[in-house]
Design a protein around this ligand. Structure first.
Ligand code: SF4
Length: 324
């Protein structure tokens, strides 16, 4: 099975420790990473099997001292580059350097509130002002940015205010409704908008959309009708699923389809071969995803909207033993 998109988690080490992080990002883990040569080798193989798009992500990719060596290598392979960063280690010199990559298509970054206090509460880092400075520099050097703003339930009503603030940077703004990734009930109740209140989020989103139109990206909730339409669209495709079909490479060298480390289903070591075989395990995995899509559709029928990937992770974790 071949892939055109690669999602490369070059480290799980991170200089933030966001409350909602699906990797439990931070500096408290033992550092386990592929080395520069292993990464170059995997990028070569990805390119050779027909790969076109690479997302470099983490953890925080810029905590690696060889990050520009890796980015240079991607540029020389003529692969389209997408880069996810929390911006903390960026400065004007590095942003200028990034602007010199002709294959850099988009930088993804994120904020976690409308001001320093809110952002720090979720990220455990006082990086709000620095991120805004970086947005200015991305704008100055003509780098496309997608800004994800993860909204704790108390900040939902500030979506328009935030869109106003970001509009001067000419960036794409993606409001994220549901940050209930960590399995921590107390934390969930404290910061996560309950599904019963998703309509509040959707109401705010509509206001932003009316004001800014195409500058606002799709949020991360899906309604019953939208989900039904997606399922019907994909149902006759060989690798049917609403899951992003990109290959994920993990710092320990595993390969997987999943963008979420909560899902521990992997397809062997990426270091042996970058391709995933169309074997029984893969068939079981895909069939399970199809079943899960129908289950999520059932949930969506009785509510305003659902967070598809969050529900998929929970359901997939329950079926993990069956697939393995
Ligand atoms: S910046 Fe990203 S990787 Fe780091 S802790 Fe936050 S969500 Fe996790």
């Amino acid at each position: 099975m071949k892939f055109s998109s690669l999602y490369f988690e070059v480290t799980h080490f991170c200089n933030q420790n966001c409350k909602h992080c699906y990797l439990d990002g931070g500096t408290h883990h033992k550092r386990a990473e592929l080395n520069t040569e292993q990464i170059k080798d995997l990028l070569n193989r990805f390119k050779a099997q027909g790969g076109k798009f690479v997302t470099i992500t983490g953890g925080e990719p810029f905590t690696r001292t060889d990050i520009f060596t890796i980015l240079d290598y991607i540029e020389n392979l003529d692969l389209s580059l997408y880069l996810a960063t929390n911006c903390i280690l960026l400065n004007e010199e590095k942003i200028y350097k990034l602007s010199q990559y002709k294959n850099l298509k988009l930088v993804h970054t994120s904020l976690l509130g409308s001001n320093e206090k809110e952002h720090q509460y979720i990220s455990n880092h006082n990086s709000f002002t620095h991120i805004l400075e970086c947005l200015n520099l991305f704008y100055k050097y003509n780098i496309n940015v997608n800004l994800q703003v993860t909204l704790a339930k108390d900040y939902i009503c500030k979506m328009v205010e935030m869109a106003d603030m970001f509009s001067k940077y000419q960036i794409k703004f993606t409001p994220i409704a549901d940050i209930g990734i960590k399995q921590d009930r107390k934390l969930q109740e404290e910061i996560v908008l309950s599904p019963k209140n998703y309509y509040l989020f959707l109401k705010e989103y509509e206001k932003v959309k009316q004001k800014y139109g195409d500058k606002i990206e799709a949020h991360n909730l899906i309604t019953y009708n939208e989900l039904l339409e997606e399922i019907n669209y994909y149902k006759d495709k060989k690798f049917y699923s609403l899951t992003n079909w990109c290959l994920v490479l993990r710092p320990n060298g595993d390969k997987s389809f999943s963008l979420d480390l909560n899902n521990k289903i992997t397809f062997g070591s990426a270091l042996d071969s970058i391709e995933i075989e169309e074997d029984n395990k893969l068939k079981k995995y895909i069939n399970t995803l199809k079943e899960i899509d129908i289950d999520i559709l059932g949930v969506a029928k009785n509510t305003t909207a659902v967070n598809y990937s969050y529900l998929q992770d929970i359901m997939l974790a329950k079926k993990q033993n069956y697939i393995e």
